[in-house]
Design a protein around this ligand. Structure first.
Ligand code: F58
Length: 808
């Protein structure tokens, strides 16, 4: 355990030795690197010990393969988990330095788009904190998710070169590099026993070099590994002798393309783009990870590979790593001499698949020719998997014969990755109850009919250590003071707060923490936008990727509605509101970018209208990322979770805000339903169509959006304002939104849910006026949020799917 004095000494030594400077002279960056090196050294010993223990105990292990790990900054969470956050912060203060300025030196590792990538990061924290043997495997993209700038209301994307400066948390392991093969030709030979043997010629080789990032458990000495693969040119390849011009050019092409494989993260969420580079990234990740797993298995266990599934489980995060199925088959058959049946047995007992969406545009389907050219042997295996699967249905399930085209792995010259993942795994899980039900009864029904035992639900969670303890220390102190510190390791203990829901001094403390956090956020808003917000206004927050289904448009319609009301009736008695948005749109998503533009133009009208004053303010904070979320969430009072019911698989921002005492206004979608089931109707604001109604409308061709436009004056006025350029100028108008809603029949039900949404906000407004009642609601939300800790989620994965025991 460090004291301020010993930590100070350590810091002074580090600065002198590594940077040749003193505490007084050191820049914030110098201090950042010095602290990082202290923490890393602290973790190193436990890292080694953890690996040794895993080896000794010979227990089952999980590999979590994901194209995204949205880890954000690691300094504070590593300090926290190693028990050094307070002492480090106090030491920096005692030296007259601003700890926040030091921690802010770290560039976010934005190796993910949104929920799916952040979930993977939360899972790593919980796996280590619960002492499970779990390893993350992902890609070390040189460019993370783009940086967003807003210019004249328009989103502009800038490359996120996060590795511009040294990244202190990674360790390059060149001696553990592996080779991944693309292209070439497959040759078949018959062995003496009649079985077939495959060899490959003229393949392009990419070197996969691992960079390991330590993942420290909370206060338990466990340090696991997140292994990020980087694509490089194999050293022996740089001097290749090409014996023909075409080979030479092919080689140059290959050299050029290698760089790109771990070049950048695809910036699309909920929409899949059939780009060749993307499938290359996927195969690169999967092949390197599987070779690594087999190598580690051989080193660790004396058991033959036929028992791989007894020791190893591989969880694939969505279908992006589903080439793991044919790749594991390939390795087992071609490199390890397994028969098809043996390899299939092991593969399908090793791999488990998590689905994160039912949006059809997100379902990955790759053209057969693309996979055939890029991965000829892998394609042969996928082809065979499909043949055997379809024949199996034909003979064993005659009742499902008509459905074969719907479930085939290869259909219409495309490989359906979700089908491959379901057929090749032993577990398929959704990420919230409703979502899993929709998978079972609708989206994946024929598969559920075939393999009901594979389907299960694992409601998402978030690490309460980062999202409460770390980002909201004041609230954490109030909680600990009331119920003791056990909630940090057992988040379900938060329920103990319910005992205080009538305790006025406690409620006052909760509300003064919120007030403090609001002031801090108000200051950040002032610094970043120049806008002064009323700290007594309701902080109404919607922060998430911009997507039509998430309905930021409905939120901004509410703003316009209130603005219109106030203009008509300036004396209207309205509790002031600050609407806070942050969102990135996929660069090619026109409608999403239009909504960002609309929010900015509405903001500029509303914020500059003297009649409105500080009754309404609209704030858009640019470049939404993990660090920004950490600053906004502790100050949120109202959490907007207003997706079109059935579309949001789970949501995790809903959980983060609930845990920080915000009240949800939301639809009956994703995990909102489970939040409602826990806190009860009086502690949440639910409105709008439910998923059955939405799905029913879809089944019957939608509803009549024009009807609402014609009958609801409030709606008509807003729509006409968009169409008439009221929130823009001659050149800037929002006709695309207007026409999209009216002529594409409002596919996300914005107009349909407008009236109940407004009505609910009126109720919210009345509820907020009764501050005591509001504080009680807030406490109930914090108290019931324990269920949404990823510790609970990981316990469920570990006991139901992974069958892991915690490290002794
Ligand atoms: C999200 N998916 C879901 N996808 O939308 C959200 O409801 C859920 O809470 C979360 O997963 C965690 O389960 C999501 O974030 C992506 O970002 C993909 C990135 C790659 C392309 C396809 C979408």
């Amino acid at each position: 355990m460090y004291t301020i004095k010993t930590f100070q000494q350590l810091l002074t030594d580090k600065l002198a030795k590594h940077q040749g400077t003193t505490v007084e002279e050191a820049s914030d960056k110098d201090l950042y690197y010095a602290v990082a090196s202290i923490v890393k050294e602290e973790m190193n010993e436990n890292w080694l010990k953890t690996r040794q223990k895993y080896k000794e105990q010979d227990e089952r292990q999980v590999y979590y393969i994901s194209m995204e790990f949205l880890i954000g900054r690691l300094m504070e969470s590593n300090l926290l988990n190693c028990g050094m956050l307070d002492v480090c912060t106090d030491t920096l203060k005692s030296l007259g330095r601003d700890p926040e300025a030091v921690y802010n030196q770290e560039h976010d590792a934005a190796l993910g788009n949104g929920g799916l990538g952040r979930l993977a990061a939360c899972f790593l924290d919980s796996i280590a904190s619960l002492r499970y043997a779990g390893h993350g495997s992902g890609i070390r993209y040189r460019y993370g998710l783009f940086e967003q700038r807003i210019i004249h209301g328009n989103q502009v994307e800038l490359p996120d070169y996060w590795l511009k400066e040294d990244y202190p948390w990674e360790t390059r392991k060149p001696e553990e590099a592996l080779k991944v093969q693309f292209g070439g030709e497959v040759h078949t030979h018959r062995r003496f026993d009649g079985s077939l043997e495959f060899s490959y010629n003229d393949v392009d080789i990419v070197r996969a070099v691992p960079y390991d990032v330590q993942v420290a458990g909370y206060d338990n000495d466990v340090v696991n590994t997140l292994r990020l693969w980087s694509a490089e040119l194999p050293p022996e390849d740089s001097s290749i002798l090409a014996d023909s011009e075409s080979k030479y050019y092919h080689h140059l092409d290959h050299m050029h393309s290698i760089e790109q494989i771990s070049g950048f993260l695809y910036p699309d969420d909920s929409h899949y783009e059939g780009k060749e580079l993307r499938i290359k990234q996927q195969y690169f990740l999967v092949s390197a990870t599987l070779q690594n797993i087999i190598r580690e298995y051989k080193e660790r266990h004396r058991a033959p590979l036929h028992k791989l599934h007894e020791k190893i489980v591989i969880q694939i995060n969505d279908t992006h790593p589903s080439l793991a199925v044919p790749e594991l088959m390939r390795i087992l058959m071609d490199d390890e001499g397994f028969s098809w049946e043996e390899a299939w047995e092991v593969t399908t007992q090793t791999i488990a698949y998590t689905n994160h969406t039912t949006l059809s545009e997100a379902l990955e389907k790759w053209p057969v020719d693309m996979i055939k050219n890029l991965l000829p042997r892998v394609f042969m295996i996928i082809y065979e998997i499909n043949e055997r699967f379809c024949k199996g249905i034909w003979f064993d399930h005659p009742e499902l014969r008509d459905r074969i085209p719907e479930v085939a792995v290869i259909a219409h010259d495309q490989v359906h990755m979700a089908h491959l993942a379901i057929v090749g795994s032993f577990s398929v899980n959704g990420v919230a109850k409703l979502h899993t039900e929709i998978l079972k009864n609708k989206e994946m029904k024929p598969f559920y009919d075939l393999f009901p035992e594979k389907f299960n639900n694992k409601t998402n969670g978030i690490t309460h250590r980062r999202w409460l303890l770390q980002v909201n220390p004041k609230l954490s102190d109030v909680i600990t003071e009331a119920i003791g510190p056990q909630w940090i390791k057992q988040p379900s203990k938060l329920i103990g707060l319910m005992r205080y829901s009538n305790d006025q001094p406690f409620l006052d403390k909760i509300s003064s923490v919120k007030q403090h956090n609001k002031l801090v956020l108000a200051q950040l808003i002032k610094e970043r936008t120049g806008i002064t917000v009323n700290e007594n206004s309701i902080f109404d927050v919607q922060i998430k990727r911009l997507h039509e289904y998430k309905r930021q448009l409905l939120n901004i319609f509410h703003v316009i509605y209130l603005y219109n009301e106030l203009k008509d009736n300036p004396a209207l008695d309205l509790t002031p509101r600050t609407f806070i948005f942050a969102a990135k749109a996929a660069p090619s998503y026109h409608m999403a970018k239009e909504v960002i533009k609309l929010i900015h133009h509405v903001a500029s009208v509303v914020n500059n209208d003297k009649d409105i004053g500080d009754k309404l303010k609209v704030i858009f904070l640019e470049n939404y990322n993990v660090s920004l979320a950490e600053k906004i969430i502790p100050a949120a009072e109202l959490s907007e979770q207003i997706s079109t019911a059935s579309k949001e698989a789970s949501g995790t921002g809903n959980m983060k805000m609930m845990m920080n005492g915000a009240i949800t206004v939301g639809t009956l979608d994703g995990a909102n339903i489970e939040i409602r089931d826990l806190v009860g109707d009086p502690n949440i604001f639910i409105f709008g169509l439910n998923s059955e109604e939405v799905l029913d409308y879809y089944a019957h061709g939608g509803y009549n959006a024009k009807g609402i436009y014609h009958t609801d004056e409030r709606v008509r006025k807003i729509m006409d304002q968009l169409n008439g350029g009221e929130f823009g100028s001659q050149e800037i108008e929002f006709k695309d939104i207007f026409y999209h809603i009216l002529y594409n029949n409002d596919p996300y039900f914005v107009l349909k849910d407008f009236d109940p949404y407004i009505e609910t906000h009126e109720l919210i407004e009345r509820s907020y006026r009764n501050q005591k009642a509001w504080q009680k609601m807030s406490v109930a939300n914090i108290a019931y949020s324990g269920k949404f800790s990823s510790d609970r989620t990981i316990h469920e994965y570990a006991s139901d799917i992974w069958k892991l025991k915690p490290l002794k």
